[in-house]
Design a binder for this molecule. Structure first.
Ligand code: ATP
Ligand code: MG
Length: 135
C-alpha cells in the first residue's frame, strides 16, 4: 500500500488509520526513513488512536512506553543506537510479539525483526510518500 500525505496532520491521520486497521493483527511496526520524513508525526497519530495524547520524540531515551487501553505501546527510536549490546540492554526482545512496539530508525536494528514495515519518503516540504508492507 502506498499513501501520500500533504501535511503533518494527514500523516497523523494515516497513523491513526493504520492503528485501527492493523494493530489488532500485528504487534510490531518498523519505521524507515530520513530525518524529518514524518516518523514521529505518524507515531503521534498512531498512539492517539490508542487513546494516549502527547507523543514526543524519544531520541534521548530511545524507548518511551505509553500506557493505553490496548496495553503498553513501546515507542523506540534507534537513531542514537551505538552498538549491538546497546540494543539488547533495551530489553525489547522480551516485549516484541507481545506488546505493541513502534520502532523509528528500524534501519539500525541489529537483528531480524518481523513486522509491518512503514517507509517514509520526503517528496517536498509538505508532501510525504508512505509505503506500508505487511509481513
Ligand atoms: N506530510 C507531512 N507529514 C509529516 N510531517 C510533515 C509533513 N509535512 C511537513 N512535515 C513536517 O516535517 C517534520 C517531520 O518531523 P518528524 O519528527 O515527524 O520526523 P522524523 O521522521 O521522526 O524525524 P527523525 O528521524 O529526526 O526522528 C515536522 O516538522 C512536520 O511538521
Ligand atoms: Mg522521529
Amino acid at each position: 500500500m502506498i499513501f501520500r500525505t500533504a501535511s503533518d496532520g494527514e500523516t497523523e491521520l494515516l497513523g491513526g488509520y493504520l492503528f485501527c486497521r492493523l494493530a489488532g493483527r500485528y504487534r510490531t511496526f518498523l519505521l524507515y526513513g530520513d530525518m524529518g520524513s514524518g516518523k514521529t508525526t505518524f507515531v503521534r497519530g498512531f498512539v492517539r488512536a490508542a487513546g494516549y495524547e502527547g507523543v514526543r520524540s524519544p531520541t534521548f531515551t530511545m524507548v518511551t512506553v505509553y500506557p493505553t487501553r490496548y496495553g503498553p505501546v513501546h515507542h523506540v527510536d534507534l537513531y542514537r543506537l551505538l552498538g549491538e549490546e546497546d540494543f539488547y540492554t533495551l530489553g525489547l526482545l522480551d516485549v516484541l510479539g507481545r506488546d505493541i512496539v513502534v520502532v523509528e530508525w528500524a534501519e539500525r536494528l541489529p537483528t531480524d525483526v518481523e513486522g509491518v514495515r512503514v517507509r517514509f519518503r520526503t517528496l517536498s516540504e509538505e508532501e510525504r510518500e508512505v509505503e506500508v508492507s505487511l509481513p
